[in-house]
Design a protein around this ligand. Structure first.
Ligand code: NAP
Length: 250
């Protein structure tokens, strides 16, 4: 799977799945923009990649803010000359049952996941269309199929599948593919926060989830990063508009 010298922007890559995706892309020879809402975390991951012999820069951007997204892409192209791969990974959760969910909780989740994916993809295609090459990898979730306490997140993650298929149709003629990963339970700060909200011990939640999973374990960020690499590779030019469930089961 070739990503050598390709320029990749990975949103929300200051920690979790995004950080692991940035590391794996860099290991395979991609030049990576580690971008996060937290400057300190983005810097930390970029420095780690550089120390390991890879190429990376850190940039701060809130993916839900048009001006910050446009500045992020301009900065990337000024530095590396192009942008080949966009991974729309940034995310938050604001879980609650529907009767308790506030407007703010609904809007915040939709703004980061759905609007963020739209804004970053729109900015990316500005540069990808003229160069007639691009790989956009979006982050959906098994929650797109419905999940208790996540009416906001489920709506956003289902919407991202719609964005994915639409971008595949619109941008395919320019050599740009757009696919989505839909992870199941992956060990990260996000699932730790879910355990805390449910008032259960994280290790117990992992054990329960593993029992419900065909391969009898929960996922780790590297499981998802490898799937991103597959869609991001030069060789995946005939695969677009797909949603790949990375969930250790059916
Ligand atoms: P995570 O550990 O919470 O990491 C999310 C990252 O996104 C953090 O670095 C966070 O920054 C950043 N972020 C949040 N809001 C942002 C914004 N407005 N602009 C830019 N960056 C922002 O989550 P994760 O588990 O790695 O999840 C990564 C993706 O996978 C998300 O899209 C998530 O919905 C999806 N996913 C995860 C799971 C799972 O089980 N973990 C399952 C299905 C799908 P801060 O650290 O500063 O908050």
């Amino acid at each position: 799977m070739t990503v050598t010298k390709r320029v990749a922007i990975v949103t929300g890559s200051g920690r979790g799945i995004g950080a692991e995706t940035a590391r794996q892309l860099a290991l395979q020879g991609a030049r990576v923009v580690v971008t996060d809402i937290s400057e300190e975390q983005a810097d930390g991951v970029a420095q780690e990649i550089v120390r390991a012999g890879g190429e990376a820069i850190a940039r701060t951007a809130d993916v839900s803010k048009r001006d910050q997204v446009e500045a992020l892409f301009e900065g990337c192209v000024n530095h590396f000359g192009r942008v080949d791969i966009l991974v729309n990974n940034a995310g938050i959760i604001r879980d609650n049952l529907v009767h308790k969910m506030t407007d703010d909780d609904f809007d915040a989740v939709v703004a980061v996941h759905l609007k963020g994916t739209f804004l970053c993809s729109q900015a990316a295609q500005t540069y990808m269309v003229p160069q007639k090459y691009g790989r956009i990898v979006n982050f959906s979730s098994t929650s797109a199929l419905g999940n208790r306490g996540q009416v906001n997140y489920a709506a956003a993650k289902a919407g991202i599948q719609g964005i994915t298929k639409t971008l595949a149709i619109e941008l395919g003629r320019y050599g740009i593919t757009c696919n989505a990963i839909a992870p199941g339970f992956i060990e990260s700060d996000m699932t730790r926060a879910t355990a805390a909200r449910m008032g259960v011990d994280f290790e117990q939640l992992k054990e329960y989830s593993a029992k419900e999973t065909a391969v009898q374990r929960v996922g780790v960020p590297a499981d998802v990063a490898h799937a991103v690499l597959f869609f991001a590779a030069d060789e995946s030019s005939f695969i677009t508009g797909q949603v790949l469930y990375v969930r250790g089961g059916v």
